[in-house]
Design a protein around this ligand. Structure first.
Ligand code: WT7
Length: 676
């Protein structure tokens, strides 16, 4: 809840590690001499005095059918619109416009997880052909048109890019659900987005196994129907075209293999539809503090301009770079910084199917060597895992990164130094980028050619972003105050979502109500964006992000709502109450522990613990499995009956529980502490 006091309940910020100030690392001369941003003049161009006009620089990196007439329409805060009057198409900007110069250049390197399978290289021309044919199929076989939503539940195979860009070509709003989500979670998102078409795949490799993915489509269909949304057609890409590889059979008249149907659309060309800048490109669901995931609805013009500009200046992408972001395209990082940003800049983008540590901890370094990857992008969780099982492996391979990114969660300075020294061979500039699903692109980061790096700190606001830290009363905490508070962004920016899909009120409440003093104000200055993260600003203006202040756990760089997990656990008939808390983990950063108390008549057992775990995996997805299920006789509660998560969190993290005298049932605390 946005209006929650920071100290009233447990927050990740409270239990965050408290690092000391670190020293600086300088970007290399070699990097600087080739960087897209070589000097500080960019911050003059993007100064507050030049806001919002400064963002023309990003919009002008795109091709427009109709030029925009206004940079920022802020007449109805906080529903800001960017580049209004302008018309464009994202598919055209990521493909067609590159054909003249880069037709035969690789757009996508697809690296299958099984190492014995060849890497596939798809040129911009091939991507163009596939996207046109699949657009024709969507339009003529499925009746998809501009403004319709289409849900994708695609794994990391190249067709995920084809499907997204084909939707974008027609102006259909894609909603990609992370492939690790269960069929049920997918179905709920289909229903929320009201999609009539689901695009999925038969199977994919993960951790050495070919997973039957089609079975999730059947579950998604049932779940969506239960919630009142009928999926008319399910389109299935085959992991091996022409060789259906799932055990789950097809349903006649509903399920279609793309490889069969597409034959009718060979050679088809579909003109990209000219769409308004403020039309929607996609929906991306993310967790919040209520049980229901919210769909961040992103625009075409503002979003694409923002991810293109930040890909150029923060990721330092040039068309000749080979860029590898190891995130999953099912999350925002993959949308912005595997697909839209890099392809808008005509880079070669790598899509890796599987687990970074498969079959061993040097797989990423072999891929980097083979493809000559020079820009590398991943999360602290992956870095920790690679460091733990293969600390010296990077030194054995002949690759050279000029640039590396860490994203999604705070990175410990020790882990940062391994990333810089060993993975980056002291040659690469490292950027620690702080942002969110809702923000479309980076908010805080150093610029790789001009700023010194500081381990554990994201850095200052990126060009045009003016962060501020407020205390609980709304007073700004100045740089160097040493105090943590709530980080906000003072100004609008083009990458920010338009709204929460179907819930404007929740959008305003969650992101703006906290520090808005006048809900009627038409002046954007009165509408700071509330990110929901705790942060401190050092004297040098670098921001260090401490973690979520709401009921959201950041697991391996992705958000899980504690309420989502709790309501899933309550689906076990034995469970009476459930409470989820974040626990520090050496690899994943944070993992959820779940405390449950049972309804009368049931007793604790290891089977029941397993049942709770399995239920979370089934309802949400295997990545949501708790680190531990604690079956307790009762929850520590206040006299008004509120579960004290702060105390549960302290116990699970083996910390001091503090004052418990105000509890209604203090004796239960001792009992839980002494549990095996
Ligand atoms: C939350 C957003 C950003 C895309 C991937 C995750 C945390 C993100 C950092 C960072 C410390 C970070 C924040 C944020 N976070 N980047 N560089 N340092 N924390 O997107 O699932 O929307 O999660 O991830 O807590 O609010 P997301």
């Amino acid at each position: 809840m946005a209006d929650k006091k920071i100290d009233s309940e447990v927050s990740e910020a409270q239990i965050a590690v408290h690092w000391k100030e670190e020293g600086y690392f300088k970007p290399s001369e070699k990097f600087k001499s080739q960087a897209n941003v070589k000097d500080n003049s960019i911050f003059k161009r993007f100064s507050m005095e030049n806001f919002p006009e400064c963002y023309k620089e990003y919009a002008d990196m795109l091709d427009w059918y109709e030029p925009y007439t206004k940079v920022l329409d802020s007449s109805n805060p906080p529903f800001f619109k960017w580049f209004t009057g302008g018309k464009l198409n994202a598919s055209y900007n990521c493909i067609d416009r590159h054909l003249e110069k880069h037709r035969n250049k690789t757009a996508i390197h697809f690296v299958p997880e099984p190492e014995e399978e060849a890497i596939q290289h798809m040129t911009y021309q091939e991507l163009y052909i596939k996207v046109n044919e699949f657009s024709a199929l969507l339009r003529d076989f499925c009746g998809v048109k501009a403004g319709d939503t289409v849900t994708l539940h695609m794994p990391m195979i190249p067709e995920i890019a084809v499907a997204m860009l084909a939707c974008a070509r027609l102006g259909a709003i894609h909603s990609q659900v992370f492939s690790g989500f269960s069929g049920k979670a997918c179905g709920e998102r289909v229903a929320d987005a009201k999609s009539k078409v689901l695009i999925t795949a038969d199977s994919y490799y993960r951790g050495g196994t070919l997973i039957d993915h089609k079975e999730k489509a059947d579950i998604a269909y049932d779940e969506a129907l239960k919630e009142g949304q009928k999926i008319e057609k399910i389109l299935i890409f085959e992991r091996y075209p022409g060789k259906y590889s799932a055990k789950t059979p097809l349903v006649e008249g509903r399920d279609y293999l793309v490889n069969d149907v597409i034959k009718k659309y060979y050679h088809a060309k579909v003109d990209p539809v000219a769409l308004a800048s403020e039309d929607s490109l996609f929906i991306m669901y993310t967790s919040g503090s209520t049980g229901k995931p919210k769909g961040a609805q992103h625009s075409i013009g503002g979003y694409l301009a923002y991810v293109t500009g930040t890909s150029k200046y923060v990721q330092d992408i040039h068309p000749e770079d080979v860029y590898w972001c190891m995130a999953d395209i099912g999350w925002i990082t993959g949308h912005s910084y595997i697909i839209y940003g890099p392809l808008a800049l005509a880079a070669s983008s790598v899509i890796y199917e599987g687990v970074p540590t498969h079959p061993d901890a040097s797989r990423p370094w072999r891929v980097a060597e083979e493809l000559d990857v020079n820009i590398f992008h991943t999360s602290p969780t992956a870095i920790r895992a690679l460091r733990r099982i293969g600390p010296d492996e990077p030194t054995k391979y002949n690759y050279h990164f000029k640039h590396m990114t860490t994203v999604g969660e705070p990175i410990e300075p020790e882990v940062w130094r391994w990333y810089y020294n060993i993975v980056g061979k002291k040659e690469a500039s490292v950027v620690d980028t702080w942002w969110q699903t809702e923000t479309g692109g980076f908010l805080c980061s150093t610029l790789p050619g001009i700023h010194d790096m500081k381990p554990g700190s994201a850095g200052p606001g990126v060009p045009g972003i003016y962060p501020i830290i407020f205390d609980e009363e709304g007073n700004p905490l100045p740089a160097g105050s040493g105090k943590a508070g709530n980080i906000c962004i003072q100004n609008p920016w083009p990458g920010r979502m338009l709204t929460i899909w179907g819930d404007d009120a929740r959008f305003v409440r969650q992101y703006y109500q906290r520090y808005n003093k006048d809900p009627k104000s038409k002046d954007w200055h009165d509408w700071p964006y509330f990110a929901g993260d705790g942060a401190v600003e050092a004297a040098d203006g670098y921001f260090r992000i401490l973690g979520r202040i709401d009921d959201v756990i950041n697991v391996a760089g992705h958000r899980l709502g504690t309420k989502e997990l709790e309501s899933a656990a309550l689906m076990c008939q034995e469970v009476g109450e459930a409470a989820v808390v974040p626990v520090s983990d050496p690899i994943k950063g944070k993992i959820p522990h779940i405390f449950v108390s049972l309804k009368p008549g049931y007793t604790a057992s290891t089977e029941l613990q397993k049942k709770v775990t399995d239920t979370l995996a089934k309802e949400i997805g295997p990545f949501a499995k708790p680190g531990k299920v604690w079956i307790v006789s009762d929850m520590p509660k206040t006299r008004s009956g509120k579960i004290m998560r702060r105390i549960l969190s302290a116990i699970a993290n083996k910390q001091d529980v503090g004052d418990i005298t105000t509890l209604a049932n203090p004796q239960v605390v001792e009992e839980i502490i002494n549990m095996p």
